[in-house]
Design a protein around this ligand. Structure first.
Ligand code: BG6
Ligand code: MG
Length: 217
């Protein structure tokens, strides 16, 4: 068995844990306070998108214009509520087979890295008690350019000393898959094929991925 890929880089929200519902509650409450409804379908537009950009999308849906200072206050208000919600997060909310998948990769000597846009990644990993399952964590606190810019994945590869062509990215957002391709990596979509056109291959969840088939030849 020859090893093809030496690192797996994982998005957090939507790949490791379903946090979209908590982001949704917090954005919906902010929209409500601003006098408009924000639907679950509209929430899909925020998948993989940075906090600042998410706020801009929300405001444009509500047809609201505010100055930069107000944007900072609103983003903080949304995040304070989101953090209150995820402080209750527990391991039961981890997506199926995530932990065994990470453990198997590590047993094969494959590096595992987190590559997330979220500034709350450290808190989430701690709540799930899976920090030790990653060789490195690159999150929203460590990057300046949002996906689809490849910065987050290139930094992730560099941190563990693996060439980008030997990395596999697991992502549930189209912007993240575009970032993976721009980084020169193999891009695995998690979700539905019609919503993830940039993926090299799509699975409904990590549970569907055959590690030997994907990482070895
Ligand atoms: C991404 C989520 O992982 O992180 C987005 O898919 C979110 O919905 C983004 O906006 C930033 O997260 P945070 O926790 O820093 O607000
Ligand atoms: Mg995601």
């Amino acid at each position: 068995m020859n090893i093809k890929y030496k690192a797996g880089i994982f998005d957090l929200d939507g790949v490791i844990v379903d946090t979209a519902k908590y982001h949704y509650i917090a954005w919906k409450n902010l929209a409500h306070e601003l006098g408009f409804e924000f639907s679950k379908t509209e929430n899909q537009l925020l998948k993989g998108v940075s906090r600042e950009r998410s706020l801009e999308i929300l405001l444009s849906i509500g047809g609201i214009e505010v100055d930069d200072e107000t944007k900072i206050r609103m983003a903080k208000q949304k995040n304070d509520e989101y953090v209150r919600l995820i402080k209750q997060l527990d391991r039961s909310e981890m997506l199926p087979k995530v932990e065994s998948f990470l453990r198997s990769l590590r047993n094969y000597g494959i590096k595992t890295v987190l590559g997330s846009a979220s500034k709350n990644a450290p808190l989430i990993l701690q709540r799930l008690d899976i920090e030790k399952l990653f060789d490195a964590v690159i999150d929203g606190n460590k990057v300046s350019k949002a996906k689809p810019d490849p910065e987050v994945f290139l930094k992730a590869a560099k941190e563990v000393g693996i060439d980008p062509v030997n990395c596999v990215v697991f992502e549930d957002a189209e912007a993240g898959l575009q970032a993976a391709k721009l980084a020169g990596m193999y891009a695995v979509g998690i979700g539905k094929p019609d919503q993830l056109p940039s993926a090299d291959i799509v699975f409904p969840g990590l549970y569907g991925v055959d590690i030997k088939k994907m990482f070895f030849s």
